[in-house]
Design a protein around this ligand. Structure first.
Ligand code: GLU
Length: 429
């Protein structure tokens, strides 16, 4: 297998097509992005020098609606990665049945090396570069790795300056003050938690409290861990890019998060108000965390962390993919043979884009919902998609990823048929 993440994505599609075939023309259309945009973004740095960053936006497929997907700021961003993430967005939106196609954007940058003002100039520069390529009915960005609501706020402001009208529906994940939705901040982690709760009994995890290890303690990993802990599960390990912490009798995710915000250190802690006390714990590497003997492993960072090299050592009973693309196709096969169920990314982390959809709906209606309504509506959507995927597993006896792809392909195929295709106009008819 090469380093191309897009090959991983195509292998997943290829496998699903063995179980659910669509017409060859639609298959062809799913193998390439509809449109790809590459931009150089010049940014004035604080010391007066100029730096040029590479930015991308990919509109992968819009059969089900305008393309939708986040913007990633990360040193590892490449066109291959953005294309793959846009492909996964296509299937993610389809599996939960929201009226979007898939898109994604990114800038190759390490935002940790930039000042806040430099990040603002870069965010505005990126938005200005892609402004003609996106639109509230065309392509709607959102946050992703290392971007957040503050950055979305700058971007909606920049877009509104360009178009000379306030256009909140151009981007989601915004601050509440600029048309953001209540419940968007924790939506991806919450969706993962709802998916786990909906599926755990059928996955053989029973209804007792679970032990959980979370690889990656950013927005998604933190909210997932926090909700799970609040519901009685035991978060035994979490990690960031520097390493992992482990506590057999369970961490307090909220305190760990608070301490990390204050000191940038990942340590087991208990906080009372803003005073945090570090408590005894073990440390380990990210690799060791992945191989812990727990009920649930939740990779919540980047792609390709469970591979053919470590899949055989995974001891978790189930994996909940909060990150996009954390498991390679070879690892998928090994895990399936070992009887380890993988709740796939396109279902497990679909909560974020689902609440983005709610935000877009609220922006267009100009009417804003209570947080409890957002949670209820999200749960309905995730529960329904989880059930559909589990039912397909009973029918096809393949892994959950392939079942999620089948559910998505069914919806995409329905749209293809409803649009009327070339067959209707073929020669001689
Ligand atoms: N970046 C998130 C994802 O990968 C959210 C996308 C969105 O809200 O549009 O699903």
């Amino acid at each position: 297998m090469s380093d191309s993440i897009f090959e991983t994505a195509m292998a997943q599609l290829g496998k699903a097509l063995q179980y659910y075939s669509i017409d060859t023309e639609s298959e062809l259309r799913l193998q390439t992005p509809r449109a790809t945009y590459t931009a150089s973004i010049p940014v004035r740095m604080d010391d007066g020098s100029l730096k040029v960053f590479q930015g991308y936006r990919v509109r992968y497929n819009d059969l089900l609606g305008p393309t939708k997907g986040g913007i990633r700021f990360h040193p590892g961003v490449t066109l291959d990665e953005v294309k793959s993430l846009a492909f996964w967005m296509t299937f993610k939106c389809a599996v939960v049945g929201i009226p979007y196609g898939g898109g994604k954007g990114g800038v190759t940058v390490n935002p940790k090396e930039l000042s806040l003002l430099e990040i603002e100039r870069l965010s505005r520069g990126y938005m200005s570069a892609i402004a003609d390529f996106i639109g509230p009915n065309v392509d709607i960005p959102a946050p992703d790795v290392y971007t957040n609501s503050m950055i979305m706020g700058w971007m909606v402001d920049e877009y509104s300056n360009i178009t000379r009208e306030f256009t909140p529906s151009i981007i989601t994940g915004k601050p509440i003050a600029l048309g953001g939705s209540r419940g968007r901040e924790d939506a991806t982690g919450r969706g993962g938690f709802y998916a786990l709760e909906a599926m755990k009994e059928k996955l053989g995890l029973g209804s007792k409290p679970l032990t959980i290890a979370v690889q990656g303690f950013g927005n998604v990993g933190y909210h997932f861990a926090n909700l799970a802990a609040q519901h009685g599960h035991k978060i035994v390990a979490v990690s960031d890019s520097k390493g992992a912490i482990y506590k057999k009798d369970g961490l307090d995710p909220e305190s760990v998060h608070k301490l990390k915000q204050q000191s940038r250190e990942l340590k087991a802690a208990y906080c009372k108000d803003s005073v945090c006390e570090i408590v005894e714990h073990d440390t380990m590497t990210n690799e060791e965390l992945l191989e812990l003997d727990v009920d649930v492993l939740a990779p919540a960072a980047l792609e390709n962390v469970i591979t053919k090299d470590n899949a055989k050592n995974i001891k978790a009973k189930a994996i909940v993919e909060l990150a996009n693309g954390p498991t390679s196709p070879e690892a998928d096969e090994i895990l399936f043979e070992k009887g380890i169920d993988v709740v796939p990314d396109i279902l497990a982390n679909a909560g974020g884009v689902t609440v983005s959809y709610f935000e877009w709906v609220q922006n267009r209606a100009g009417y804003y919902w209570e947080e409890a309504d957002v949670h209820d509506k999200l749960k309905i959507i995730i529960d329904k998609a989880a059930k559909e995927v589990m039912d397909l597993k009973d029918e096809h006896n393949t892994n959950l990823r392939t079942c999620a792809y089948i559910a998505a392909l069914r919806r995409i195929n329905e749209a293809v048929k409803a649009k009327g295709t070339r067959q209707n106009f073929s020669s001689g008819s």
